[in-house]
Design a protein around this ligand. Structure first.
Ligand code: VGL
Ligand code: ZN
Length: 233
């Protein structure tokens, strides 16, 4: 059985972190040392993703009118721009990860020199895109990133997911990775949730999708450590 593992670091950006993030997740910076340990391991490919929105993005509460425009609280129904019959109910957020702003930057303490590729997502103002693979619409899909192609080109078999936020972008990215045919492992202690009380529900969805949650010292991580180092590294 071939084993070609990739590390996928989801949205470790200033706006998702204290002290200044617009959508700061509690204790989010605490996971960076663990992620840097993972970056030192011999993964075949290391990818970081960035939430990367235009100012007029549909998920920003500021782009909607009162009273249904409260960040973290209000929800809206989004129509597939190519198919009004396909709709999706989604939460509104404070403005975050706006292209060109400090909030969109990866954390400076992240060992970004070891990252092979950065995938940007959420650029299409018309759709929410939690998954680093694609927006949630299916008929048809509206916005697709380069991620599937990048992973396939490197013959990746297994994807190890870390980052932010556990209950949004990490969740949808991990489920899509598994559905794309990569055996997907989420490192539970290298993620933090917007709403930690929602995680039981997330674990159930993982079980249904075939995603496995493991700890940072799990045997599956040991398997990566024991990989032969690639010549290019
Ligand atoms: C995210 C909310 C809005 C995330 C992105 O990275 O989890 N959450 N946009
Ligand atoms: Zn976003």
């Amino acid at each position: 059985m071939p084993f070609q593992p990739a590390l996928l670091i989801v949205d470790v950006q200033e706006d998702f972190c204290p002290p200044n993030g617009a959508l700061a997740v509690t204790d989010a910076r605490d996971i960076v040392p663990i992620i840097n340990d993972f970056l030192a391991m011999p993964f075949a490919l290391k990818v970081a993703t960035k939430d990367f929105h235009p100012r007029d993005h549909i998920s920003f509460a500021s782009n909607h009118s009162a009273p249904n425009n409260k960040p973290f609280e209000s929800t809206i129904t989004i129509q597939n721009p190519h198919n009004p019959e396909e709709t999706q109910v989604t939460r509104l957020w404070p403005d975050h990860c706006v292209q060109g702003t400090k909030g969109a930057e990866l954390l400076p303490e992240l060992d970004v020199g070891k990252v092979n590729h950065i995938t940007e997502k959420g650029q299409d103002k018309r759709v929410e895109m939690y998954s680093a693979f694609a927006d949630p619409f299916k008929s048809p899909c509206v916005a697709k990133s380069d991620l599937t192609e990048i992973l396939r080109k490197a013959d990746i078999t297994d994807v190890y997911v870390v980052g932010l936020a556990a209950d949004y972008c990490v969740k949808y990215t991990a489920i899509d990775a598994q559905n794309e045919g990569f055996k997907t492992w989420v490192i539970g202690d290298a993620t933090k949730a917007v709403d930690p009380s929602s995680m039981d529900g997330v674990f159930k969805e993982y079980e249904k999708a075939g995603v496995t949650v493991i700890g940072k010292d799990d045997a599956q991580v040991q398997r990566v450590r024991e990989q032969p180092q690639k010549a290019q590294e």
